[in-house]
Design a protein around this ligand. Sequence first.
Ligand code: ATP
Ligand code: MG
Length: 230
Amino acid sequence: ELPSITGHVKFENLVFEYEPGRPALKGINIEAEAGQSIALVGHTGSGKSTIMNLLCRFYDPVEGRVLIDGTDIREVTIQSLRSQVGIVLQDTFIFSGTIRDNIRFGRLDATDEEVEMAAKAVHAHDFILGLPQGYDTEVQERGNVLSMGQRQLISFARALLADPRILILDEATASIDTETELKIQEALKTLLAGRTSFIVAHRLSTIRGADKIIVLDHGRVMESGNHEEL
Ligand code: ATP
Ligand code: MG
């Protein structure tokens, strides 16, 4: 179990390969203090998503370990890990069902009030009320009721409601209109407050806001520091 963790995360000498002899990570050391926001940047194929895959235990490392509050994540149940590590992916996952169900995903016990509070906090409430049936509007997995930006805000509301100590965010690269973009930036601040976060960052605004920027190249950390230092 991971009882009431603070959210300190350490990637210790991580080595990983998807295919024998082709290492995707070649000895990664990254430390995040509880509550820090870490931006991961680097070219395509540099290993950003792979590090996040290991934190989620979608794979286990070949060498090294991932520690949360000093505990190797291989020593805790997957269920316990999932409750503490939230993930917001680039291709925001919307399933067929109501907006309310989509936000409650992962917190099925949440009340309507809690759902609305989460939506308000990430500035999604107003556009939801503007939909034909508000929170009861049915959306489809691949439907176009929601714009990309709106999908992102729904996924932020979902993550906020789930309230994990550690949050992984693979920032969308899709172009989003300026108004939604500003809402997303605001929402992101709310979502990250008080959590340890790892953001695969594409937006300069996100990178600037991070406590630490990790520059990856071919499975290695090339540079790290904050925006002023780099
Ligand atoms: P991007 O910016 O394109 O998302 P990334 O930094 O997230 O790139 P990774 O997805 O971590 O990069 O990939 C690191 C290396 O591992 C690359 O060489 C990639 O081809 C390889 N790789 C990633 N996923 C797999 C997989 N499922 N099977 C085999 N090789 C993989
Ligand atoms: Mg990736």
